[in-house]
Design a protein around this ligand. Structure first.
Ligand code: SAJ
Length: 402
């Protein structure tokens, strides 16, 4: 079995590696020559624990080869980004470009799968493009949608053990895709149609976004009500049927903060809660920045000098080095712009250096700061003792009681 993975990013590369490790002959394709070159040298261009050893193994035994161009295969997987435009409209141009690139190679009996998070109807749209250009293949190839569900940092385990939803454009396509994924997925493979599988991915991430928005809304209410939101949520969660998530400095990353827009763009009238959750989670980061700016003003009035401020964390979630779409980064930038006379120390223990922010060690910043804003709940920060002589803005529950 030969497979071609279009896109060697956070999902495409690990999936290509795991498939190769399970005996599939894989060509991993990326438009970035540096990614191709690094992959062929057995070097990961993403950070994922344990994955580099697997990569070296499949490069050394010849099961995986990275390339700028696809090769004739039995199965093709589109694992490219689907960003959104300025108006929060999904942009499927990368999926279309990848589809058009493999189109000339397709032959009778091949499997074509989209894994990229996509608006409902994308698989049907790509099917029309394929059959439009290659009418002789109509009903002679298998086409399906199969979204990924892995959590960065735990990708190897989740790629193998998570259940997956697989939806073909017809039953035969679903079965063909299931046969492929059965080679390395130990979780259950659930059959459905392409539209439902597309919607399922968007639903999972929108559901999490809505639940986090509820926690973030509670944090705003509790701030006014003089109630500790962490204690409140812990107590409410003692109810057997209540399970509230944690508030934070906003929602970031390339999934939860993006995918709900794929629903709101196509169903603006119906998606009221989903749209509102996006607004609340975006607003939470703005609110945190305003809280810090107010604390700075109050400090200046009280002490007649500008404070030293520590911005604790830049990543989009705890204990990772990924700063993509991070609310913490937005907050640090906004505060630095609005308080340009302030002495701001930026901390991110998971990153060695940053081209925009000069980074300071977390203990040094904590020691020097008058105002400490905890933006991300990194494990290092939880070792810092609470200090009454500092203004502490704990946006992510560093000092919550467990
Ligand atoms: N967050 C909170 N409070 C919480 C949980 C998370 O504020 O209680 C914030 C995080 O700090 C972060 C954001 O939400 O800024 C997203 O983090 P996450 O851990 O919820 O999710 P991601 O983006 O790392 O991964 C999600 C996962 N989806 C779900 O849990 C439904 C993952 O399974 C998907 O594979 C991934 O999106 C994806 O690629 O779509």
């Amino acid at each position: 079995m030969k497979a071609c993975f279009m896109g060697l990013g956070y999902i495409g590369l690990p999936t290509a590696i795991i498939a190769a490790k399970h005996g599939v002959q894989v060509t991993g394709v990326d438009i970035n020559p540096r990614v191709v070159e690094m992959t062929n040298r057995g070097k990961l261009h993403i950070i994922e624990p344990g994955l580099e050893a697997y990569l070296r193994e499949v490069i050394d035994n010849g099961k995986l080869k990275a390339s700028l161009k696809p090769e004739v295969s039995d199965a093709y997987f589109m694992v490219v980004p689907t960003p959104f435009t300025g108006n929060h409209e999904p942009d499927v141009s990368y999926v279309e470009a990848a589809t058009r690139t493999v189109l000339p190679l397709l032959k009778t009996g091949d499997l074509f799968v989209i894994e990229s998070t996509s608006p409902v109807g994308t698989t049907e749209m790509m099917t029309r493009i394929i059959y439009g250009e290659r009418p002789e293949l109509e009903n002679r190839i298998y086409i399906a949608y199969c979204p990924e569900r892995v959590l960065p940092g735990n990708v190897i385990h989740e790629l193998i053990h998570n259940d997956r939803v697989i939806g073909g454009i017809n039953l035969e396509s679903t079965d063909k895709a299931i046969a492929f994924y059965s080679q390395f997925v130990r979780g259950k493979l659930h059959k459905t149609n392409a539209r439902t599988a597309e919607m399922c991915k968007l639903t999972e991430n929108s559901s999490r976004d809505v639940q986090i928005a509820f926690a973030n809304e509670l944090s705003l209410i509790c701030d006014k009500a003089g109630v500790n939101v962490w204690e409140l949520i812990a107590l409410a969660n003692k109810h057997p049927r209540v399970n509230i998530l944690q508030p934070g400095s906003g929602v970031g990353g390339h999934c939860i903060a993006v995918d709900p827009y794929f629903i709101t763009a196509d169903f603006p009238l119906e998606s009221q809660i989903i749209a509102k959750a996006r607004e609340i989670n975006n607003y939470k980061a703005f609110w945190c920045a305003e809280k810090i700016e107010n604390a700075i003003l109050q400090f200046e009035l009280k002490h007649n000098r500008p404070p030293v401020i520590a911005m604790m964390g830049l990543a989009f979630k705890p204990d990772i080095d990924d700063l993509r779409e991070a609310p913490a980064k937005y907050i640090a930038t906004k505060v630095m712009q609005s308080c340009n006379n302030a002495d701001i120390l930026v901390v991110e223990p998971n990153v060695a250096e940053h081209k925009v922010f000069k980074l300071t060690n977390y203990t040094e910043a904590y020691e020097k700061a008058d105002i400490v804003a905890f933006l991300v709940a990194h494990k290092e920060f939880k070792t810092l003792p609470y200090r009454n002589d500092k203004v502490i803005l704990d946006f992510c529950g560093i000092y919550k009681k467990s």
